[in-house]
Design a protein around this ligand. Structure first.
Ligand SMILES: NC(=O)c1ccc[n+]([C@@H]2O[C@H](COP(=O)([O-])OP(=O)(O)OC[C@H]3O[C@@H](n4cnc5c(N)ncnc54)[C@H](OP(=O)(O)O)[C@@H]3O)[C@@H](O)[C@H]2O)c1
Length: 261
């Protein structure tokens, strides 16, 4: 078990479902949180103990150690364009993103972030559903893209270490390759099962129960997330083709043996 991390001042941009989920653990650990978002989350934030700012300029005027980007994948470019980076109070701040694709935010952030600011790209491989009962043993993927202040970066990573996450350091490139074959494939099959409208029966096998669970957990995530996994991961299209080909191959094997006795 790691020692208690240094209390950080963390500003969150994009306070949707995933940010709310992360924020409650961060507050519980004693970090000081502020947030801004397209939607007004003032009331929800006040219940969580987070200061909410409707206006991005005022939000950036707070001296934070970390800015955590939790916007949807497909809105990232637009959100980054709306940030007046020259107003960020702390010129050596650490930017962290949690997007479920990694090359895309790394490249965009390296283009727009002032040279003095650090960058940590992360993907917690769990969400409000799978992490509902705690984060113990769940993977947390990260790449230290540009880190000069090791202390702030370590303190941020300790938030997840302290909850028992399995810390996986890998490049954004390797993440996207693996995620297309695992996470994108999982979401695709979950959505296919939903299109087929599969439902629990009175004689479910264990295997079928797992398929119904997969359909249900996949459909709790918005379509924007799924769209982002496809549009902004260059490896996803090939995995979709592999899936289509595999369905054709399996079907052909059956058809070829139709006449067998
Ligand atoms: N859910 C998960 O299990 C999970 C796990 C790991 C990583 N992530 C990543 O975490 C991020 C947030 O995910 P999520 O589950 O909360 O849902 P999401 O639908 O992917 O993102 C919702 C967030 O994006 C913001 N947003 C959407 N369109 C916008 C626009 N046009 N302009 C400004 N902001 C916009 C929303 O702001 P408002 O709410 O203010 O409208 C909200 O904060 C995503 O990048 C996702 O890949 C999610």
């Amino acid at each position: 078990m790691s020692s208690s991390p240094e209390a950080l001042k963390i500003g969150i941009i994009g306070f949707g479902p995933f940010a709310q989920f992360l924020a409650s653990t961060m507050v519980k650990q004693g970090h000081t949180l502020t947030a801004t978002s397209r939607t007004d989350y003032s009331e929800l934030c006040s219940n969580l103990g987070v200061d909410f700012f409707r206006d991005i300029d005022t939000f950036l005027n707070v001296h934070n150690d970390v800015i955590l980007l939790c916007t949807s994948i497909v809105s990232l470019s637009q959100v980054l364009k709306s940030i007046p980076f020259h107003l960020v109070k702390n010129p050596n701040i650490l930017f962290v993103d949690v997007l479920s694709v990694k090359n895309y935010p790394r490249d965009l952030l390296l283009q727009v972030l002032p040279e003095t600011m650090d960058l940590l790209c992360t993907h917690p491989m769990f969400g409000p559903e799978s992490g509902r009962d705690g984060w113990d043993g769940l993977p947390f993927v990260f790449e230290k893209v540009r880190i000069r202040d090791q202390d702030v970066c370590s303190s941020f990573l300790q938030i997840f270490e302290l909850e028992g996450c399995r810390m996986v350091e890998m490049t954004c490139e390797e993440h996207d390759k693996q995620a297309a074959r695992s996470q994108f494939l999982t979401h695709t099959i979950g959505r296919i099962l939903s299109e087929m409208d599969i439902k629990s029966t009175s004689m479910d096998t264990k295997g079928f129960q797992k398929l119904v669970q997969l359909k249900e957990s996949t459909m709790k995530d918005g379509f924007d997330l799924y769209r982002g996994l496809f549009v902004h991961n260059k490896y996803a299209e090939q995995e979709l083709k592999n899936l289509e080909l595999a369905i054709q191959t399996v079907k052909q094997k059956l058809l070829d043996r139709m006449e067998e006795k």
